[in-house]
Ligand binder design. Structure first.
Ligand code: AGP
Length: 610
């Protein structure tokens, strides 16, 4: 939650800091602030609201200098007020701190510091850090004071720290919150993510937990909390800066929905060779192990958890491996039963979700093999797990996840083929059919996108409704959950996803002529006829049916008010096609309601706190 950025340069930095912060706003947008050093003094501007709103009042671009830090806040400790907005300073206004994370022992530290005479002005946990460093500066040099202070802190932090008396330096540190260092020419950066500074550099150093960095314009020095110097690799990132821009779309969410044919094609690229699935060397799991797996446990949160549910269906149905799916936040506090023949999979777009990281660490304690499915190269879960499969969605900026989800499904599908082949649960002919099926998906997705005008019509008619129900069965039950989540997130309309037949056991009481019911009903040999029955049940009670059906289906349009068609594909792959109209429906409804689709209220793109 919260975004932090910092620059130290030989040149004026105000535009770079402003742009970096603007790219990070998806992480938090209830308040914003910046601090520059001028003549050994801080110039700080901050306020409540989104960056543009506060900028109109305070004009951030008037701040000038060669060293600065910025912050956009998603509040945890302390209300949304100007006083609680970052940066936070010490008593003498000589230390300025921006922070993403939660200091768990801040209350004890604050009491102690108050006893020693420190004066606090905010309700945040962050302010403690500034005072704690100030306290340690009494007897130590700056670097030691930072180190000593961080040794006393419990909890998560990504920090940018400035010292008015060291105007050529920018300090950074991390523990369990994301922070990267960008290495430029005669300038260096810190940021919560890579895309925010991609216009300035693609050379990235990943800071590890409990590491501190001191950046000057031409040097980056990194050491750990014991003061041991670290030699770090510089990674060249191949995402383009343009990929992180809106490219003419009104919102990132819309752009990212439309990018899905390309994102899936990239995710498949070079991974299918004839009828084999080949992952890159980071996959790192041996065939012998994959043959003897007796169970798979998948953890994730939110949309990634929905992808895991689709994955369970694929893995059990086709690779015949018992698969359990858990919320990462629940798994982390259990004492799970894991053994050497379990494969543990963590799915995360960002790779920085705190609960998913914690669940992965918990699983590792049991010595099981771990695999992450992730979109962000070098992110925390990819560094902790034994193996990685990257989705190649490109930077996903919209808070509501879209292309990350469908690329996660594509990766799970490829993994299923790989396992099914190794374990001989599918024959060559069946594998060939599966491979042909996924190869067609990018083009088929394009034809789903071409139906956008039909979806827009539905949005026009129903954007003022207060509730809605999403129904699906089998592999498309998680798609019903995902469709409902998308609508809730961006339009604030109450939406529930159910397995279609479960509706009879309670939710059917909600259905009347005011209730839009989205039914995912592709033609299949499993439950199609049953879903037709479920549609009748809704119709009999006056519900407004919006159905997702397979091209040329004659039955569904007769029973539904609206039908959105998707191309014919394999049952497991229908989930990838069926979710796209639901993403578009949520987008158009939110846009019609005039909401800030890319920055929905109360949300943050990456939930780096528990
Ligand atoms: C998706 O639209 C949500 N914003 C959210 O549920 C998200 O999927 C969840 O927080 C998990 O994020 P991750 O994939 O980056 O771990």
């Amino acid at each position: 939650m919260c975004g932090i950025v910092g620059v130290v340069s030989s040149k004026e930095i105000n535009e770079k800091l402003f742009n970096g912060l603007s790219n990070l706003e998806y992480r938090g947008y209830d308040s914003v602030g910046m601090c520059f050093i001028n003549n050994k003094n801080f110039k700080i501007k901050k306020g409540v609201g989104k960056l543009e709103e506060v900028h109109k009042k305070v004009n951030f671009l008037r701040l000038q200098g060669n060293v600065g830090i910025g912050h956009c806040r998603w509040s945890t400790h302390g209300g949304v007020t100007k006083k609680n907005a970052h940066p936070h300073v010490d008593c003498k206004n000589k230390i300025s701190v921006v922070h993403n994370g939660i200091i768990e022992n801040y209350s004890e530290l604050k009491d102690e510091l108050i006893r020693q005479g420190h004066k606090f002005y905010s309700q945040t946990d962050t302010e403690v850090i500034a005072h704690l460093i100030e306290d340690n500066l009494k007897d130590s040099r700056i670097e030691d004071a930072v180190k000593l202070a961080l040794n006393k802190i419990e909890g998560s932090y990504a920090l940018g720290i400035l010292f008015a008396d060291a105007p050529e330096k920018l300090f950074a540190a991390r523990n369990e919150s994301p922070l990267i260092i960008g290495v430029g020419g005669n300038e260096n950066f810190i940021a919560s993510d890579v895309p925010s500074i991609l216009s300035y550099t693609n050379k990235i150093i990943y800071l590890e937990d409990k590491e501190i960095a001191v950046l000057t314009k031409d040097k980056v020095k990194i050491f750990d909390l014991n003061g041991v110097n670290k030699n770090k690799k510089i990674h060249a990132i191949n995402w383009s800066a343009e990929a992180a821009q809106k490219s003419g779309y009104k919102h990132f969410m819309l752009k990212e929905i439309y990018e899905q044919p390309r994102a899936i094609a990239d995710t498949l690229n070079e991974r299918i060779r004839n009828s084999d699935v080949v992952f890159e060397k980071e996959f790192n799991l041996k065939n012998d192990f994959l043959r003897k797996i007796s169970r798979i446990v998948v953890v994730a949160c939110g949309t990634s958890w929905h992808a895991a549910l689709v994955g369970k269906f694929m893995l059990e149905e086709l690779a015949k491996i018992p698969t359990e799916v858990e919320y990462a936040s629940e798994f982390r506090y259990r004492h799970p039963l894991l053994d050497n023949n379990t494969l543990f999979i963590a799915i995360s777009q960002s790779g920085e979700t705190a609960d998913t990281i914690a669940a992965l660490k918990e699983a590792k304690k049991y010595g099981v093999k771990t695999l992450s499915i992730c979109n962000v190269m070098g992110s925390s879960i990819t560094r902790i797990s034994d193996g990685v499969i990257y989705t190649r969605a490109g930077p996903e900026i919209g808070v509501a996840s879209t292309k990350a989800f469908t690329t996660q499904l594509a990766v799970l599908y490829l993994l299923t083929i790989l396992l099914a082949k190794l374990r001989k649960t599918l024959n060559e002919k069946q594998v060939k059919v599966m491979i042909e099926g996924i190869r067609k998906i990018p083009l088929q997705l394009q034809s789903v996108l071409d139906e956008d005008y039909e979806i827009l019509k539905c949005a026009d008619l129903y954007y003022h409704k207060l509730n809605s129900i999403y129904l699906g069965r089998g592999v498309n039950f998680p798609i019903a959950l995902e469709g409902a989540l998308k609508l809730k997130e961006v339009s604030y309309i109450h939406a529930e996803g159910y397995p279609a037949a479960e509706m009879k056991h309670g939710p059917i009481a909600l259905i009347d002529k005011n209730m839009p019911v989205v039914v995912i009903a592709p033609h299949d040999i499993y439950t199609y006829k049953k879903v037709l029955g479920n549609i009748e049940e809704v119709k009999a009670r006056g519900g407004i049916i919006i159905a997702i059906a397979t091209d040329n289906d004659d039955n569904i349009p007769k029973k539904s008010k609206h039908t959105i068609f998707i191309p014919k594909t394999l049952y497991t792959l229908s989930s990838i096609l069926a979710v796209v109209p639901l993403q578009l429906l949520a987008y158009h409804i939110a846009d019609k309601l005039g909401y800030d689709v890319d920055k929905p209220r109360n949300l943050s793109k990456t939930v780096t706190v528990e």
